[in-house]
Design a protein around this ligand. Sequence first.
Ligand code: PEP
Length: 250
Amino acid sequence: MRKPIIAGNWKMNKTAAECRELVTALAPKIEGAKCDVVICVPFTDVALAAELVKGTDIAVGAQNIAWADSGAFTGEISAAMLKEAGATYVIIGHSERRQYFGETDKSVNARLVQALKNGFTPIVCVGELLAERESGETEKVCRTQVVGAFDGISAADAAKVVIAYEPVWAIGTGKTATDEQANETIGYIRSVVKELYGAAVADGMRIQYGGSMNAKNVAGLMAQPEIDGGLIGGASLKPDDFAIIVNTAK
Ligand code: PEP
């Protein structure tokens, strides 16, 4: 049995004051959650969020991590900095990072190695563009991204990773993959993990769906056997909606 995991990706939203407001509103609504709950906040909110979630079931994540320990990497953030601030999860390779900031499978791999070396639970994002789905390349794209991300990573480390399958055309568009589309592609991704690491790692790996998941469509998506949770953007900024999503994931 895989324990579902619901992670909020706040993206570049919420100042510290707004973070306080959101976490304070959210925490009581998800008491006793039956899934793992994570909020991936902007770097400037990590320490505050970590303080605010003490005594709750919420964990804090970041949205990126540098591949180097320290040094001349302007604009990056190190594992040690995130760890000290209280993050335990980190999103790696989100499509917005790939699209706007030149993230590649190679850089995703380097960041993943660093996250694992430093004890984080990484959430690695993969997913196809609309044109790729329409030209029948969804599986090829997901395979390339998974194989690239996990290059050189041991089975023991791979088992600690969460994958988020996020069709790029469904992110922030209000256009969700159907329950069946999401289930099918996640099943395919699991088969790639099985090829790389065997059945035990594949069967134990949690693979989330992400892409306009919300309070209304969460039940259908979560009812699919391959879907182990969600990476939630827009709806994670609304405590009532995010709480419904969390409380539906059992
Ligand atoms: C995301 O940011 O990973 C995401 C899925 O966003 P949204 O839920 O807004 O589509």
